[in-house]
Design a protein around this ligand. Structure first.
Ligand code: MG
Length: 217
């Protein structure tokens, strides 16, 4: 795994909290119901790789998907964080690709079993390791985000289309679990998810944050 960086400091995330269906159009494309409150799963921090590294396709799956997401990095410990103070707990923002073994996820959903393994393989969380400070992002709920595969646009949306805002996510998640410095909230993916193959080159960008490139092995 790789550590995050904030200026000269290395930061270890104790958890990656990933949102389930936080864009209407993505819920529609997967035929998943829109949740009434933020629903999430945990991805192991061991799955983090950095810019220029490779997603390794596991033998257990035949259908691996890309999901581009705005990642919120927590700056200080918080529990039951009031929504009006939520951004005080945010250190900054970055880009995370929530790589997903869609066939395993679909199979376990159908069987009513937990589907953590579909999200938890090593290399399944390519992340721009350098965190952009909160002060540099005027409104995290209005950022263009985009993903190309081999130069072809697959996902192109804006965080204003999120169902739950960054403030709501921080506040609601902290009602369940204590958020620690370095923890990542991956805020969900817009529509356009699709399969990746060995040799593909993924290029993600989020307005005001920067870019992230990885290839697929
Ligand atoms: Mg996702």
């Amino acid at each position: 795994m790789k550590l995050l960086r904030f200026k000269d400091e290395e930061i270890y995330p104790s958890k990656i909290v990933c949102l389930i269906v936080n864009y209407h159009a993505h819920g529609k494309e997967l035929q998943h119901a829109i949740p009434e409150m933020p629903l999430w799963f945990l991805k192991p921090p061991q799955s983090i790789i950095g810019d220029g590294e490779s997603v390794v396709l596991p033998e257990l799956s035949k259908n691996i998907h890309h999901e581009v997401e705005l990642a919120v990095v927590i700056g200080k410990q918080g529990k039951d964080i009031p929504i009006e103070h939520a951004l005080d707990y945010v250190l900054g923002y970055t880009i995370l690709l929530d790589i997903t073994a869609r066939d395993l996820q679909d199979k376990y959903i159908k069987e009513g079993r937990p589907w953590s393994i579909s999200k938890g393989f090593d290399t399944f969380a390519p992340t721009r390791l350098d965190i952009v400070p909160t002060s540099e992002i005027k409104d995290p709920n209005n950022l263009g985000l985009r993903l190309t595969v081999n130069g072809i646009v697959r996902q192109d949306s804006n965080t204003k289309n999120m169902i739950f805002s960054v403030e709501e996510l921080v506040s609601e998640i902290s009602k369940v679990t204590t958020l620690e410095k370095g923890d990542i909230i991956a805020t969900g993916t817009p529509e356009g998810v699709g399969q990746i193959f060995s040799g593909d080159k993924l290029f993600a960008e989020i307005e005001g944050i920067g870019t992230l490139s990885v290839d697929v092995k």
